[in-house]
Design a protein around this ligand. Structure first.
Ligand code: SAH
Length: 211
Protein backbone atom coordinates (compact mmCIF):
# COMPACT_ATOMS: atom_id res chain seq x y z
CA UNK A 1 0.00 0.00 0.00
CA UNK A 2 3.04 2.22 0.15
CA UNK A 3 4.54 0.78 -3.01
CA UNK A 4 5.70 2.35 -6.23
CA UNK A 5 2.52 1.07 -7.87
CA UNK A 6 0.18 3.02 -5.55
CA UNK A 7 2.35 6.09 -6.05
CA UNK A 8 2.17 5.72 -9.83
CA UNK A 9 -1.61 5.44 -9.60
CA UNK A 10 -1.73 8.66 -7.56
CA UNK A 11 0.35 10.45 -10.16
CA UNK A 12 -1.86 9.09 -12.96
CA UNK A 13 -4.85 10.64 -11.19
CA UNK A 14 -3.02 13.95 -10.77
CA UNK A 15 -2.28 14.06 -14.49
CA UNK A 16 -5.96 13.31 -15.18
CA UNK A 17 -6.93 16.16 -12.86
CA UNK A 18 -4.96 18.69 -14.86
CA UNK A 19 -1.46 18.67 -13.37
CA UNK A 20 0.65 19.19 -16.48
CA UNK A 21 4.15 19.84 -15.25
CA UNK A 22 6.06 16.59 -15.73
CA UNK A 23 8.75 17.68 -13.24
CA UNK A 24 6.09 17.81 -10.50
CA UNK A 25 4.62 14.46 -11.53
CA UNK A 26 8.06 12.81 -11.61
CA UNK A 27 9.02 14.06 -8.17
CA UNK A 28 5.69 13.04 -6.65
CA UNK A 29 6.02 9.60 -8.23
CA UNK A 30 9.43 9.19 -6.63
CA UNK A 31 9.02 10.59 -3.12
CA UNK A 32 7.62 8.66 -0.13
CA UNK A 33 4.54 10.56 1.08
CA UNK A 34 3.82 7.73 3.55
CA UNK A 35 6.91 8.67 5.59
CA UNK A 36 5.24 11.99 6.48
CA UNK A 37 2.29 10.35 8.27
CA UNK A 38 1.85 8.41 11.48
CA UNK A 39 2.17 4.67 10.93
CA UNK A 40 -1.55 4.14 11.46
CA UNK A 41 -2.32 6.42 8.50
CA UNK A 42 0.57 5.52 6.19
CA UNK A 43 -1.55 3.06 4.19
CA UNK A 44 -3.76 5.99 3.11
CA UNK A 45 -0.86 8.17 1.99
CA UNK A 46 -1.56 7.89 -1.74
CA UNK A 47 -5.31 8.48 -1.58
CA UNK A 48 -6.45 11.78 -3.02
CA UNK A 49 -7.30 13.24 0.35
CA UNK A 50 -5.90 15.47 3.06
CA UNK A 51 -4.84 13.59 6.19
CA UNK A 52 -4.36 14.59 9.84
CA UNK A 53 -0.78 15.14 11.09
CA UNK A 54 -1.72 15.95 14.70
CA UNK A 55 -2.21 19.25 16.56
CA UNK A 56 -5.32 19.94 14.48
CA UNK A 57 -3.25 20.27 11.29
CA UNK A 58 -3.45 18.40 7.99
CA UNK A 59 -1.20 17.25 5.20
CA UNK A 60 -2.84 18.70 2.08
CA UNK A 61 -4.28 16.38 -0.55
CA UNK A 62 -1.80 15.36 -3.27
CA UNK A 63 -3.57 17.46 -5.89
CA UNK A 64 -3.15 20.62 -3.80
CA UNK A 65 0.56 19.92 -3.22
CA UNK A 66 1.04 19.32 -6.95
CA UNK A 67 -0.84 22.47 -7.93
CA UNK A 68 1.04 24.70 -5.50
CA UNK A 69 4.36 23.20 -6.57
CA UNK A 70 3.47 23.89 -10.20
CA UNK A 71 2.66 27.50 -9.36
CA UNK A 72 5.95 27.92 -7.49
CA UNK A 73 8.26 26.42 -10.09
CA UNK A 74 6.70 28.18 -13.05
CA UNK A 75 8.40 31.29 -11.64
CA UNK A 76 11.80 29.55 -11.94
CA UNK A 77 12.71 30.88 -8.49
CA UNK A 78 16.18 30.73 -6.94
CA UNK A 79 15.06 31.41 -3.36
CA UNK A 80 11.76 30.20 -1.93
CA UNK A 81 10.20 30.70 1.50
CA UNK A 82 7.43 28.37 2.68
CA UNK A 83 5.17 29.23 5.63
CA UNK A 84 3.67 26.12 7.29
CA UNK A 85 6.17 23.24 7.16
CA UNK A 86 3.62 20.90 8.77
CA UNK A 87 4.65 17.32 8.04
CA UNK A 88 7.37 18.53 5.66
CA UNK A 89 5.94 16.73 2.61
CA UNK A 90 5.28 19.86 0.54
CA UNK A 91 8.72 21.06 1.67
CA UNK A 92 10.34 17.87 0.35
CA UNK A 93 8.60 18.08 -3.04
CA UNK A 94 9.64 21.72 -3.42
CA UNK A 95 13.19 21.01 -2.29
CA UNK A 96 13.69 18.70 -5.29
CA UNK A 97 12.64 21.43 -7.71
CA UNK A 98 14.07 24.70 -6.40
CA UNK A 99 17.70 25.57 -5.58
CA UNK A 100 17.19 26.96 -2.07
CA UNK A 101 14.27 26.67 0.31
CA UNK A 102 13.44 28.09 3.74
CA UNK A 103 10.44 26.82 5.68
CA UNK A 104 8.81 28.05 8.90
CA UNK A 105 6.42 26.19 11.25
CA UNK A 106 4.78 27.65 14.39
CA UNK A 107 4.10 24.31 16.17
CA UNK A 108 7.31 23.05 17.72
CA UNK A 109 6.23 19.37 17.74
CA UNK A 110 5.66 19.44 13.96
CA UNK A 111 8.84 21.42 13.34
CA UNK A 112 10.88 18.88 15.33
CA UNK A 113 9.45 15.93 13.40
CA UNK A 114 9.94 17.48 9.96
CA UNK A 115 13.69 18.08 10.35
CA UNK A 116 14.86 14.45 10.71
CA UNK A 117 12.55 13.30 7.90
CA UNK A 118 13.96 15.87 5.51
CA UNK A 119 17.53 15.04 6.54
CA UNK A 120 16.89 11.32 6.09
CA UNK A 121 15.66 12.04 2.56
CA UNK A 122 18.71 14.21 1.92
CA UNK A 123 16.87 17.46 1.36
CA UNK A 124 20.01 19.41 2.14
CA UNK A 125 18.89 22.63 0.46
CA UNK A 126 16.19 23.25 3.10
CA UNK A 127 16.50 25.34 6.24
CA UNK A 128 13.79 25.08 8.90
CA UNK A 129 12.78 27.51 11.61
CA UNK A 130 10.26 27.36 14.43
CA UNK A 131 8.56 30.76 14.47
CA UNK A 132 5.44 32.69 13.52
CA UNK A 133 5.82 32.72 9.75
CA UNK A 134 3.73 35.84 9.43
CA UNK A 135 6.93 37.75 10.13
CA UNK A 136 8.79 35.97 7.34
CA UNK A 137 12.54 35.31 7.53
CA UNK A 138 13.98 38.84 7.22
CA UNK A 139 17.66 37.79 7.42
CA UNK A 140 17.26 35.69 4.27
CA UNK A 141 15.02 38.06 2.27
CA UNK A 142 14.36 38.85 -0.52
CA UNK A 143 12.62 35.74 -1.85
CA UNK A 144 11.54 35.06 -5.42
CA UNK A 145 8.52 33.09 -4.21
CA UNK A 146 6.79 32.93 -0.83
CA UNK A 147 4.30 30.08 -0.44
CA UNK A 148 1.79 29.84 2.41
CA UNK A 149 0.27 26.43 3.13
CA UNK A 150 -2.22 27.90 5.65
CA UNK A 151 -5.04 30.33 4.90
CA UNK A 152 -4.42 34.01 5.58
CA UNK A 153 -7.24 36.43 6.42
CA UNK A 154 -5.27 39.22 4.80
CA UNK A 155 -1.93 39.44 3.05
CA UNK A 156 0.78 39.65 5.74
CA UNK A 157 2.68 42.92 5.17
CA UNK A 158 6.10 41.57 6.27
CA UNK A 159 5.84 38.83 3.66
CA UNK A 160 4.99 41.26 0.87
CA UNK A 161 7.97 43.36 1.98
CA UNK A 162 10.26 40.30 1.74
CA UNK A 163 9.39 39.62 -1.91
CA UNK A 164 12.03 40.45 -4.51
CA UNK A 165 10.94 42.84 -7.25
CA UNK A 166 8.94 40.67 -9.68
CA UNK A 167 8.58 38.09 -6.91
CA UNK A 168 5.38 36.17 -6.28
CA UNK A 169 3.44 35.27 -3.14
CA UNK A 170 1.11 32.30 -3.39
CA UNK A 171 -1.42 31.85 -0.62
CA UNK A 172 -4.88 30.68 0.25
CA UNK A 173 -6.77 33.86 1.18
CA UNK A 174 -10.17 34.00 2.86
CA UNK A 175 -12.92 36.41 1.88
CA UNK A 176 -15.36 38.18 4.20
CA UNK A 177 -17.97 35.49 3.46
CA UNK A 178 -15.54 32.80 4.64
CA UNK A 179 -14.68 31.21 1.29
CA UNK A 180 -11.01 30.61 0.49
CA UNK A 181 -9.25 31.33 -2.79
CA UNK A 182 -5.81 30.36 -3.88
CA UNK A 183 -4.30 33.75 -4.64
CA UNK A 184 -1.21 34.90 -6.52
CA UNK A 185 0.30 38.27 -5.73
CA UNK A 186 3.13 39.65 -7.84
CA UNK A 187 5.34 42.49 -6.71
CA UNK A 188 6.19 45.20 -9.24
CA UNK A 189 8.25 47.82 -7.43
CA UNK A 190 5.94 49.08 -4.72
CA UNK A 191 2.73 47.82 -6.30
CA UNK A 192 1.21 44.39 -5.83
CA UNK A 193 -0.97 42.74 -8.49
CA UNK A 194 -3.42 40.26 -7.04
CA UNK A 195 -4.97 37.42 -9.00
CA UNK A 196 -7.59 34.97 -7.72
CA UNK A 197 -6.96 31.43 -8.93
CA UNK A 198 -9.31 28.75 -7.57
CA UNK A 199 -11.38 27.92 -4.49
CA UNK A 200 -9.46 25.90 -1.88
CA UNK A 201 -9.77 24.64 1.71
CA UNK A 202 -6.87 25.11 4.15
CA UNK A 203 -6.34 25.33 7.91
CA UNK A 204 -5.94 28.95 9.08
CA UNK A 205 -2.70 30.88 9.36
CA UNK A 206 -2.38 31.54 13.10
CA UNK A 207 -0.29 33.95 15.13
CA UNK A 208 2.36 33.13 17.72
CA UNK A 209 4.14 29.83 18.36
CA UNK A 210 3.29 26.65 20.28
CA UNK A 211 6.27 25.33 22.21
N1 SAH B 1 2.49 21.91 3.93
C1 SAH B 1 2.07 21.11 5.05
C2 SAH B 1 0.64 21.38 5.36
C3 SAH B 1 0.53 21.83 6.72
S1 SAH B 1 -1.02 22.50 7.24
C4 SAH B 1 2.33 19.64 4.78
O1 SAH B 1 2.72 19.31 3.67
O2 SAH B 1 2.19 18.83 5.70
C5 SAH B 1 -0.50 24.17 7.55
C6 SAH B 1 0.63 24.34 8.52
O3 SAH B 1 0.82 25.73 8.70
C7 SAH B 1 0.37 23.76 9.91
O4 SAH B 1 1.41 22.92 10.25
C8 SAH B 1 0.31 25.01 10.79
O5 SAH B 1 0.81 24.77 12.10
C9 SAH B 1 1.20 25.97 10.02
N2 SAH B 1 0.99 27.37 10.34
C10 SAH B 1 -0.17 28.06 10.55
N3 SAH B 1 0.07 29.34 10.83
C11 SAH B 1 1.43 29.50 10.79
C12 SAH B 1 2.31 30.61 11.00
N4 SAH B 1 1.85 31.84 11.30
N5 SAH B 1 3.63 30.40 10.89
C13 SAH B 1 4.12 29.17 10.58
N6 SAH B 1 3.35 28.09 10.37
C14 SAH B 1 2.01 28.25 10.48
Amino acid sequence: MTSQRTRDRMVGRLAGQGIRDTRVLEVMAAEPRHLFLDEALAHRAYEDTSLPIGHGQTLSQPWMVARMTELVIQEAPARVLEIGTGSGYQTLILSRLVPELWSIERINALHRRAGPRLRLLEAHNVRLRMADGGHGWPEEAPFDVILLTACAGELPEPLLAQLADGGVLITPLSTASGSQWLTRVQRRGDTFETQRLEPVRFVPLLEGVIR
